[in-house]
Design a binder for this molecule. Structure first.
Ligand SMILES: Cc1cc2nc3c(=O)[nH]c(=O)nc-3n(C[C@H](O)[C@H](O)[C@H](O)COP(=O)(O)O)c2cc1C
Length: 180
């Protein structure tokens, strides 16, 4: 079945619930302090329109970058249905606050170790760097809440390419069809 661009917001909601959904692993883009681009895969943990939630470690480059430039891009791709969604928004970071604690408590305990490396992510590997220390608990666990304000949805198909842009303003989305 062809993708209906009008369904994009409900598709993002589904992606956060369904592990096999192609929108489950978007590319998160940020800018470093020199304005250089950085991009990497993340897991979409929740989508409560218009807020996309991602988890990370406070010591990663993305979190450091978002602290100085909170503008973030999320790029979603569905290869089967040939759909690209380019989203832009502003991230708020939650570490050891009520938001972070709620998400931490909802994670399976086995996943806590992902945020408990004794050495900082991205530093040179040593045996110690491979270790997880449960004593760190949720110290570095960080929830990124990205409030989306813009979506560019493109569906390619043999019959007709479709492209829509969504803008969030005054508490609602407006949608405009644009030339693909
Ligand atoms: C399938 C997949 C899912 C990933 N999910 C996350 C994620 O949800 N959060 C995260 O911080 N990193 C995730 N990563 C790792 C990032 O892509 C990245 O390598 C790492 O976070 C360091 O990025 P940074 O130094 O730019 O912050 C994932 C990687 C893969 C391959």
């Amino acid at each position: 079945m062809q993708f209906d661009p009008a369904s994009i917001l409900s598709e993002l909601g589904k992606a956060a619930e369904e592990k096999a959904h192609p929108f489950r692993w978007p590319v998160l883009s940020t800018a470093d302090p020199a304005g250089q681009p950085e991009a990497r895969i993340v897991v979409l943990r929740a989508f409560a329109d218009p807020v996309a939630t991602v988890y990370s470690d406070a010591r990663t480059g993305k979190v450091t970058q978002l602290r100085s430039h909170p503008e973030a891009g999320l790029l979603f791709f569905d290869r089967e249905r040939k759909v690209q969604v380019r989203a832009k928004g502003v991230a708020s970071l939650h570490q050891q606050d009520a938001v972070a604690r709620e998400h931490w408590d909802s994670l399976p305990p086995a996943r806590h170790a992902d945020y408990q490396t004794t050495e900082d992510p991205g530093t040179e590997w040593t045996e110690a760097g491979g270790r997880m220390d449960p004593a760190w608990r949720d110290r570095n666990f960080t929830v990124l809440r990205i409030t989306l304000a813009f979506l560019d949805v493109l569906r390619l198909s043999r019959e007709e390419h479709l492209r829509y842009q969504y803008r969030f303003s005054g508490g609602q989305w407006s949608r405009q069809r644009v030339v693909p």
